[in-house]
Design a protein around this ligand. Structure first.
Ligand code: VNL
Length: 388
């Protein structure tokens, strides 16, 4: 009995203590960002975190008269952690929006929390097509693998590449890349000799590269998540596949701007497709790259742009909703049209997915540095994964 009374008193005290706090908090809108700041996908976390800092420095911490607070949590790209952190951010911190999501399994683990709590979740990195279908509260600022894979498949068909082998990371975005590349090249008369996969965690490229060598395709198509490109390129060169006349084509995840400088000349001439290049020749992008590098001391990649644009979607959404979350914020995120450092962008109101230009690029050296130089584009591309 005494214990019970004691507990009740403690609970009442806690509530009392929370009341003025809750009031003070109503002047603050919180945004909860979950990123892999450590572990295998740390480069993605570092890029998005750098972009968020830049966005806040440029756009301030006040929206509709309220203070904005961005809370960044590290999930080490472990989906159980992502889910736990999302729950804490919603229940304890009362965030109006969730954001981040370095890999597809993290986004999938968080989707039910977004739905149940009616909290908009802005996916800034993960890129499996089906993510936006996992919750009506998900909005995507990154891209989709079907968008990237179809772009390079069409280029291959038009450029005399007949026989291909595919190599992808063995999970959601890899399955999308493999399927949409293979479907498109075969539709246009090309051939896929073999479909190879490597594990997301600690991949070993040696055995699959031997299989590629034996299959003797005209080209190898590769998708690997951001951060694995440099290790892959090194092995591709060490095993002499470039010398064996096997052309390398890829999604831009592999020729990641963040790692391109470390890849060396093996990357030269690699044709790939993606939605963002640090060399995109617009005034807005030049300013974005210069400001990002001045602040963070490294080159922004496509992950940084997903983070930057995701903040734009949240900020403009909150301006329209006057700081409210839930359905009001979600509605204000849908249908946004704006110029991104990547080019023109639309958040499709129906699918909540991103519509943008998909560029065909070639790795070239300029002023001693490697860049993805855009030379063609498929304009205003919707996610082919949604057009079933
Ligand atoms: C994903 C897709 C992750 C593309 C990536 O890098 C990437 C994903 C971490 O959906 O998990 O480049």
């Amino acid at each position: 009995m005494t214990i019970r009374r004691h507990l009740l008193a403690a609970a009442a005290l806690a509530l009392l203590a929370a009341a003025p706090l809750a009031q003070a908090q109503s002047d603050t809108v919180k945004i909860g960002v979950i990123l892999p700041m450590t572990g295998q996908q740390a480069s993605t976390g570092r890029q998005i975190d750098g972009a968020i800092k830049l966005w806040v420095a440029q756009n301030g911490k006040k929206i509709a008269g309220k203070n904005v607070e961005v809370i960044v949590k590290d999930d080490q790209s472990l989906p159980d952690q992502t889910r736990r952190l999302a729950q804490e951010l919603v229940v304890n911190d009362k965030v109006v929006a969730l954001a981040g999501m370095g890999i597809t399994p993290s986004a999938m683990a968080t989707a039910p929390i977004a739905t149940q709590s009616k909290t908009p979740l802005v996916v800034m990195a993960a890129a499996t097509s089906s993510i936006t279908e996992a919750s009506p509260f998900i909005v995507r600022s990154s891209f989709t693998l079907p968008q990237a894979a179809v772009g390079i498949a069409e280029w291959a068909n038009k450029n005399g590449i007949k026989k291909t082998v595919t190599l992808v990371a063995d999970y959601g975005p890899g399955f999308d890349a493999e399927k949409y590349f293979a479907d498109r090249v075969t539709l246009n008369g090309g051939q896929v000799l073999e479909k190879l996969r490597t594990p997301l965690r600690a991949p070993d490229f040696a055995p699959v590269l031997q299989k590629v060598r034996d299959a003797k395709p005209d080209a190898l198509f590769v998708f690997l998540p951001s951060g694995q490109g440099a290790a892959f390129m090194k092995q591709f060169a060490e095993r002499g596949l470039d010398k064996a006349g096997i052309r390398l084509i890829a999604t831009g995840d592999v020729t990641d701007d963040d790692q391109l400088a470390d890849m060396g000349d093996v990357a030269l001439g690699v044709v790939n497709s993606h939605h963002y290049s640090a060399a995109h020749p617009s005034a807005l992008n030049k300013k974005f790259v210069a400001d990002f590098m001045a602040m963070n001391k490294f080159r922004p990649n496509f992950m940084a742009v997903g983070g930057y644009d995701g903040m734009r979607i949240i900020y403009k959404g909150l301006e329209a909703s006057k700081g409210a979350g839930g359905e009001a914020l979600l509605a204000a995120m849908k249908g946004q049209v704006f110029e991104s450092p990547r080019g023109p962008v639309l958040i499709d109101a129906q699918t909540r997915d991103i519509v943008h230009d998909m560029y065909i690029r070639k790795v070239e050296k300029k002023d001693g540095q490697l860049w993805n130089v855009e030379f063609d584009a498929i304009k205003a591309m919707k996610d082919p994964g949604k057009q079933k």
